[in-house]
Structure formats: C-alpha cells, structure tokens
Design a protein around this ligand. Structure first.
Ligand SMILES: Cc1ncc(COP(=O)(O)O)c(C=O)c1O
Length: 367
C-alpha cells in the first residue's frame, strides 16, 4: 500500500501516466477480490467497507412499498438499514434463529410475499461465527426470482466463498475482516442486477459508486484477497479451527459454568463465543485487557445502559446470560502457546471476578 500514499499518487480517473499507473493497480486489486469470491472483476463494486456495501445492497434495490426478508441476527449494518426501510414505508420480516443460531430456510420460504423484493441474510455471524445455510436460501430466492444479498464480511477469507454456489445476486465483504486495511470493502453485484447508486457524482465504479478511489485501501484489499486465497488453498482455516477447538475445550474443562454459544452449528474457524455463568461480560473484557488479552462482548452501550447482544438473545439466551458471554477471535498469527496463555488468564480472571461477586452462586456452579 505504501507507494500509493506518496510516489504513486495519481488519480485513477486521470488519463495521464500517473493516473494510468494507479488505475492499473486498482484493476489488479479488483481481479484479486473477484478471484477470491469466484466472480467477474466487472461485478466487484469497491466501497468504503462492509457497512457501505450492505447499505448499497439494501437501498440500491428496495423501494417504498416493497417487502424485505432478513434475520434477527444480522449485523447492525443490515439490521439498522432494514429498520430505516420500515420507517420509510417498507415491510420487513425478520426470520428467527434456533438455539444454535441457525436460520431455517423454510422460514424464509414461508415469509415470501408477492411484493418481496429482497432477501438479505448473512453468511457468517460476527458474534458467534455461525454459518447460515445460504445456499438453500439462494435456491429459494432464485425459484421466487427475488434478489438475494448476503453479508459475507465475516466469512470471506475464512471459509471458501463462491457467489455462484451461494446463488446470491449481491455479496458484501470487508477488508479488515481478512487482515486487510480498515475502511475498504466491496459489494459483488451480479451482472444484470439493477442496483441504484447511493452516492451520486462521477461515473466511477461503472456509475455504481461515485467518488475518487481510495487507492492504497484498494491495493491493500487486493493483496489481502490474494493472501486469503492462498491460505484457503493451503487449508490454513483447518489449523485455525484446531486452535479454536483447543481454546474452547480447555476453557470448558478448566473453567466451571461455561458454555459455547452456537456449539454444534457450522462456524467460521476463528470465532468463539463463550458464556461464563455469573460474570459481567464488560468486567471480564476490561480485566483481561489489563492483562494484555483483547476480547469483546456483543453488547452495545445505548444511552448509558448496556444492552445485551441482540444475536444471543435471538438465540434464546436470557439477558443476563447474553451479558455474561464473551467473543474470542483468533488471527492467523496466533499460536497454540497464545491459546494456553489466554486460557490461564481467563481461568484466573473469571475465578477472581466470581470471588468478588455478591450474587454469584458458587455452589451451583461447582456442582
Ligand atoms: C457481519 C458484518 N457485516 C458488516 C460489517 C461492517 O463492516 P465495516 O466495518 O467494514 O463497515 C461487519 C464489521 O464488523 C461485520 O462483522
């Protein structure tokens, strides 16, 4: 990326040689993104990230009076887009998930209406890593001749993603979810799909997304896509899944009162969401951070109060259990030693927090 911040700074829309140099870099990156998801380069619209890609998919297709099918566990980039659609006169059906976090494609079929315009259901969940049956949903959409968008920000680069196999018309991805830079992403738009731009201006991105390209970001996304493709071909995700299993098995064995949210469902290899009975998730995140271990909760802080994760509550967890759940994410640089260190930090920290808790029922958990 570095040369594109300085000596190669031409505007990719300019016809002089500086511009042509950056144009070539942008098109090479587009080819790499296309190769990762098995589409044509011309079907890749480069965006400022997953959020913009999701918004473009939703608002580029749906109009007032249309019906949309989504799910209760989407990322806020889709969920809040759908809520906005409701405020402007669209109907949205949010299909539920079961206790493992999975959607039943038959629920999607049953939700279809004559005015259904779009199905938007994620490929992998950002809090639990659960992989949805998107190929089944793609078939339903194709039979009904309805647009199908899938937010694959958490799946791309972690599991094989093939837009034809999924059968989607649109697919979102994000650079920083696959070791690429932040603030860059893409929307796959199948040839022939009619998507209105959200940004009006020049004719960049074949008039689908106006604005001078973020060349360093795009170059970074392209390189991240190439590296992710190589990693997938070398089966690196399987090694990561082993590490994730090691993390889960060791926590379940060493720390009483723990459970994996989404266990038993197909999941991406790097994400694990674990419930620690009697723990306040935010307190655990802060305590672990002080020891150098960065983890997160799915909770959102709205108007000063901590709201439990909408994903976990949709899976049937009580608000207290959702608040007691932590998300762990592994990266490709992690080692088995990191996992062992993490487990011992978690074990000590959970024990200390439980000791301090006035409400924690120690006997119930030790049984
Ligand atoms: C599933 C999912 N969709 C969309 C996004 C938004 O992507 P970005 O951060 O690139 O806007 C994220 C990022 O957290 C995500 O996990």
């Amino acid at each position: 990326m570095r040369p594109y911040f300085s000596e190669r700074f031409g505007n990719a829309s300019s016809i002089h040689h500086h511009g042509q140099e950056t144009r070539a870099a942008v098109e090479r990156a587009r080819e790499s993104v296309a190769a990762l998801i098995a589409c044509k380069p011309s079907e890749v619209v480069l965006t400022s990230g997953g959020t913009e890609a999701d918004n473009l998919a939703v608002f580029g297709v749906v109009q007032k009076g249309d019906h949309v099918i989504s799910s209760t566990v989407e990322h806020h980039a889709v969920l809040n887009s759908c809520r906005h659609l409701q405020s402007i006169g669209c109907d949205v059906t949010y299909v539920p998930v079961n206790g493992r976090g999975l959607i039943d494609p038959d629920d999607v079929r049953r939700a279809l209406r004559p005015n259904t315009k779009l199905i938007t259901i994620m490929t992998a969940n950002n809090e639990t890593g659960v992989l949805q049956p998107v190929e089944g949903i793609g078939k339903i959409a194709a039979e009904a001749d309805i647009y199908f968008h899938t937010d694959a920000a958490q799946a791309t680069g972690k599991v094989p993603v093939d837009v034809k196999r999924i059968g989607c018309n649109m697919l979102s991805l994000s650079g920083h979810k696959m070791h690429g830079p932040q603030g860059i992403g893409a929307l796959f738009v199948r040839k022939g799909a009619r998507v209105q731009p959200m940004l009006w201006g020049g004719s960049h991105e074949r008039s689908r997304r106006a604005g001078t390209e973020n060349v360093p970001g795009i170059v970074g996304l392209g390189r991240a896509s190439e590296l992710a493709k190589i990693a997938l071909e070398r089966d690196q995700p399987a090694r990561m899944a082993e590490m994730r299993d090691q993390l889960e098995n060791r926590i379940l064995a060493d720390v009483k009162g723990t459970r994996v949210n989404g266990q038993g469902a197909p999941r991406v290899p790097n994400t694990s969401n674990i419930l620690f009975d009697g723990i306040e998730g935010e307190a655990l995140v802060i305590a672990l951070d002080l020891k150098g271990l960065a983890v997160s909760t799915g909770a959102a802080c709205s108007s000063g109060a901590i709201e439990p994760s909408h994903v976990l509550t949709a899976m049937g967890l009580a608000p207290d259990c959702a608040r007691a759940s932590i998300r762990f994410s592994l990266g490709k640089q992690n080692t088995n030693e990191d996992v062992e260190l993490a487990v011992s930090l978690i074990d000590q920290t959970v024990a200390r927090l439980r000791e301090l808790s006035p409400v924690y029922n120690k006997e119930a958990i030790s049984r």
